[in-house]
Design a protein around this ligand. Structure first.
Ligand code: HSE
Length: 330
């Protein structure tokens, strides 16, 4: 399979490393994977015979650019190389969908399969992209957009195929959860936010985390994929954690509760808000882990937890989508 990687930031680089780590397995079980092009916002590298993933990461680390060649628009790269799958890891833009949306649309229009970790395009245009993919007999997969390494979309849509998922409630933003957990221990909001930023989990504009925007994007993706709804970001009722102060945390603690930012989705609910959670409940965890409780008709509650972000962790989700595509195309 010939891949193009669009976006060579943390996740794009992590994915290149994951390809190198799993090269033997990909080659023996799936006939191998070749990166025929990779691009970031300014530069690209392309070779129809395949690029060395680790050399790409090294060049990006050493020079700040993935390729020696300057690039105006990633679409030119998509048009210039023969490929099968676009792995899209460009920066998220929740207002317009950004370049990532253009790349995804372009690839699908040309019948190419797409794997994306970009929340913006899916939160804005899920149904349109799915329809386009179906019309062109292409696949679009996006496990890494929700919960990072925590398997949730493919778990609900594939492993729980015979189920009726009634609802999902979860912690889908590591930054907010880290902040709230630190506030439980008496740290002021601002200081907790600084720590979260230092850990590299927060979005480049942390108001996306704090105001619940990031969680809302994830809730939209779950609603459209797992619940087959047709909703957009603007349909979500969103309250972030900016109003959660030390007094509210202390009042919750008096009742043996903690406050956590919860995203909830079902056939009728689409909400992000700080909620009181009893101490000891799976959703009362502290730290950056994501956790979700799926309520299924026959199976009952299923709880999952895992790293919601990170270089190699998110790459693990991309790799599972990649293998699913390769199995279907075989
Ligand atoms: N800013 C996000 C978080 C990153 O804190 O969970 C993963 O989407």
């Amino acid at each position: 399979m010939r891949l193009i990687i669009a976006g060579f930031g943390t996740v794009g680089q992590g994915f290149a490393e994951a390809l190198s780590k799993r090269a033997d397995m990909l080659s023996s079980s799936y006939g191998g994977v070749k990166i025929v092009a990779a691009f970031d916002s300014k530069s690209y590298a392309a070779d129809k015979n395949g690029l060395d993933p680790i050399a790409l990461v090294k060049r990006k680390t050493d020079t700040g650019s993935v390729g020696a060649d300057k690039m105006k628009d990633g679409i030119d790269v998509l048009n210039s190389v023969e490929y099968d799958i676009l792995v899209e890891a460009s920066p998220t833009n929740i207002q317009t969908g950004g370049d990532g949306l253009r790349y995804i649309e372009h690839a699908l229009r040309h019948g190419k399969d797409v794997i994306t970790v970009n929340k913006g395009p899916l939160a804005l245009k899920f149904k349109e992209l799915k329809k386009l993919a179906d019309r062109k007999k292409a696949m679009i997969r996006f496990e890494g957009t929700v919960g990072g390494a925590m398997p949730i979309i493919n778990l609900c849509c594939e492993d729980l195929k015979g189920e009726k998922v009634r609802s999902i409630r979860g912690i889908f933003n590591g930054t907010c959860n880290f902040i709230l957990g630190r506030m439980d221990n008496g740290l002021p909001f601002e200081q907790a936010l600084k720590e979260a930023q230092y850990m590299g989990y927060a979005e480049s504009d942390p108001s996306y985390d704090i105001e619940g925007i990031d969680t809302a994007c994830k809730v939209v993706i779950l609603a459209n994929s797992v619940f087959k709804r047709n909703v957009r970001f603007s349909d979500v009722s969103i309250t972030g954690i900016a109003s959660v102060n030390a007094e509210a945390i202390a009042l919750a603690a008096d009742q043996d509760m903690v406050i956590r930012l919860i995203g909830e989705v079902s056939d009728t609910v689409l909400e992000v808000s700080p909620r009181l959670i009893p101490k000891g409940h799976p959703l009362s965890i502290s730290g950056t882990l994501n956790t979700a409780q799926i309520i299924a008709d026959m199976a009952g509650p299923i709880t999952i937890s895992g790293k919601g972000a990170g270089r190699i962790e998110t790459a693990s989700a991309i790799l599972s989508d990649l293998i699913a595509v390769m199995e279907k195309r075989r």
